[in-house]
Design a protein around this ligand. Sequence first.
Ligand code: BEZ
Length: 259
Amino acid sequence: MSDAGVATWNPELYDARHSFVWQRGADLIDLLNPQAGERILDLGCGTGHLTAQIAARGAEVMGIDSSTEMIEEARKHYPTLEFRVADARDFSLGQPVDAVFSNAALHWIQQAERVASCVWKALRLGGRFVAEFGGKGNVQRLVNAFYRSLEALNVNPEKDPNPWYFPSVGEYSSILERQGFDVTFAVLFDRLTPLEEGEDGMRNWIRMFAGVFLAAVPAKGQGRFLEGVESMLRPDLFHDGTWHVDYRRLRVVARKASV
Ligand code: BEZ
């Protein structure tokens, strides 16, 4: 799940408080439909839970992630599986795989063309790429509140802190097609997701995933930034003691055409 250099991850906190990231991705494995004996790459595998579920279906699977911390945690959880630290924009495999799978990772990488090129080279002819990540409009309410809260505090970062890449179906399909893939399935759908930890859920999510916005604020103003964001979001995203995130997923299946 992790990015190529945007943040340092705390894998224990990620697993303890944000397990929905991989739990919600589990049905993507049905779309992948791994077969016994197939060679599969899990790109941006995070702490390796979905990698292990793919292995449990009998496939020979390897997980890669750009975060050393995540890979160490994955190896601790699943010592019999193969995990490597690698950048999704710049990796190669010794032997081509039957499928590349990716859940909740690719929205951290702006250079989607470079990822598509590496995925293409990693696949055998006829192999498939099955991915889900944040699509156009993902966490839009949160992003709007981050900018409004920065503005309210008179914080004007020199560089836009937004680290995310949330393409539309058309934009991402075009990137894959230009690479040579046949896109056989692409859909954008809302997935309003409840957070754990009641009243603290939103600030914990922000600290885990949107630390770059928080870091743009001088330390003494960070509490006010969080309070500002929460008060803007509360009417829409806090219900019955639970915060929600306005996730919107882009799901794609593409084939490395064999003709
Ligand atoms: C996502 O899974 O869509 C996501 C996760 C963290 C930050 C932004 C988006």
